[in-house]
Design a binder for this molecule. Structure first.
Ligand SMILES: C[S@@+](CC[C@H](N)C(=O)[O-])C[C@H]1O[C@@H](n2cnc3c(N)ncnc32)[C@H](O)[C@@H]1O
Length: 284
């Protein structure tokens, strides 16, 4: 790690409160919300893509969706009336549970992804019942998810006006992006958030506290990016914690919290690290 990076970490650490790792759940809404989370996980009438069409990773689709609805509300302070933008929405793992939380009249959800199958499933399954849930396929190039894509990630500008959203999520997406694309997405998130809006982003963030982690990362060409799988570097991409926090700040966001995940071999409520960053200003 360079001297510059070490200094940045010291400065940033003073500013950024970390969640003490441990079993205590973060404070949040009460028993009705716990009931909702249990219901979205167990309700067999909730739509579920066929198992062979799920391309967003292993694990229980419903359980992970319910888990993240919990994090969005408890960590990200998501409210039912808010406008959500899901960057890299995959095949609806976050959208399906959000249908049960967002207010169908006042809340809204927009999801974008380069994988056509995921967008089609969502548009055909979710939008007819929840018209304020909209899905858009963007032809963004990615070596694993969309190798023939025509739009380089560093040129992405999402087609929404400034300040269109109250809550932006990138769940398990930064873990597939190279650093220069991640920076563009942080800038886009800042542009698209209304004052008081939050970016909820998960990452494998690498710093001196990592070391007993469940994935073994190697640095990519002296830059801030890391990779775990030689044959497919963007299958699991890490990023220097200092770089992530610094770029979020430079983009114009205030980092509210950085919560280490249990991929590090520690106790945590989530696998990947979670960054919550806020666009300064008063909310709606
Ligand atoms: C591990 S999946 C996570 C999907 C979803 N966020 C979830 O948690 O269910 C990663 C997603 O990122 C999408 N993706 C890959 N490159 C992207 C890019 N440059 N911009 C937006 N999404 C991208 C993939 O198509 C895939 O759906």
């Amino acid at each position: 790690m360079s001297a510059m990076t070490a200094i940045d970490m010291t400065v940033l650490r003073e500013k950024v409160p970390e969640q003490a790792p441990g079993p205590t759940p973060p404070p949040g809404p009460g028993p009705e919300f716990d009931w909702l989370l249990a219901a979205v996980q167990t309700n067999r009438f909730m739509p579920h893509p066929s198992p062979d069409s799920i391309f967003v990773g292993d694990g229980d689709y419903r359980a992970i969706g319910a888990e993240f609805l919990g994090h969005f509300v408890r960590i990200g302070r998501l409210q039912p009336h808010e406008r959500v933008f899901d960057i890299g929405c995959g095949i609806g793992r976050m959208a399906v549970p959000l249908t049960q939380y967002l207010d169908p009249e006042r809340g809204s959800y927009d999801g974008v992804d380069p994988v056509m199958e995921g967008i089609l499933w969502c548009a055909q399954t979710i939008t007819p019942a929840y018209p304020r849930f909209r899905f858009q396929r963007l032809d963004i190039a990615h070596p694993l998810y969309n190798p023939q894509g025509s739009l380089p990630g560093i040129e992405v500008r999402f087609g929404f006006a400034n300040g269109s959203f109250d809550f932006i999520t990138m769940t398990s997406v930064a873990t597939h992006l190279p650093p220069d694309e991640l920076v563009v997405y942080l800038e886009e998130a800042t542009r698209l958030l209304a004052p008081g809006g939050r970016l909820f982003l998960t990452a494998f963030a690498i710093d001196e506290k990592t070391g007993q982690e469940r994935l073994s990362f190697k640095r990519w060409q002296d830059g801030p990016g890391w990779y775990a799988i030689d044959e497919a570097p963007l299958a699991a991409a890490g990023i220097d914690t200092a770089f992530l926090l610094e770029k979020a700040t430079q983009a114009g966001l205030a980092v509210e919290s950085f919560r280490p995940g249990h991929w590090r071999g520690i106790s945590s409520a989530h696998y990947q690290d979670v960054l919550l960053a806020v666009k300064p200003g008063a909310g709606r």
